[in-house]
Design a protein around this ligand. Sequence first.
Ligand code: SF4
Length: 278
Amino acid sequence: MSRPVPPPASQSAESPADPSTCTRPTRARRPGPVARLGVSPFDPQESPLARTRRARRMARELAVIHPDAHCELDFTTPLELLVATVLSAQTTDKTVNKVTPALFARYPDAAAYAGADRAELEEILKPTGFFRAKANSVIGLGQALVERFDGVVPGRMADLVTLPGAGRKTANVVLGNAFGVPGLTVDTHFGRLVRRFGWTAEEDPVKVETEVAELVPKKEWTDFSHRVIFHGRRVCHAKKPACGACGLAAWCPSYGIGPLDPEVAAKLVKTPAASDTE
Ligand code: SF4
């Protein structure tokens, strides 16, 4: 089955200068099956070398499309990032950023969280949702840091994952953005996109991380994660991906699961201000 060659986004009347859209004419290099929403078009016939080359080409293009990709949680220390990441579960980064200035001022170190008044802490955390569970995690975090790490956030994956409320995803965010240790952050955007890219068929985040780690150079893992998440928030949405305005279209076997008409697709692309930060 042949598929149409994706048009350059410069044809779009909506946002020709939007860096989230394709800015160069591209040609489909390899026809692939059009994936259904939510189904990985992982092709076992594609050789590992071809997949790696395609993945690296897509990763380079993502860097062009999203030069501004970065961690959207506000923080100045590893502890602030750790707490903010725990609070970001089930809410947006913007919401977390609204509560953290008061939170960080009230609780400047791990000991302050360990000894926090629960009712007062819950009141601050309320806007982020699940505030009782999050208060538990934050108090538990403070206690664990004081008891086992002298109040200092550890810079090792093996230690971070032992902290209350901190799984592998949180650990990779902290390692990558506060310690400069490369990490792949497999959140819901990341998993959805790399499955659509046909890089993996795995659903389990740890297996996804392992497979993507084979495709992308380690030193790029942190920035690559930000770029994929930006692309998921702005272009390759869960329900209506903007395929007709996507700079990855030439290498993506899922091209066609979203609208292909450039004008329709361009309207689906979220601007940085509108894209949120789930
Ligand atoms: S929006 Fe881009 S990355 Fe997402 S499915 Fe469509 S072509 Fe692929």
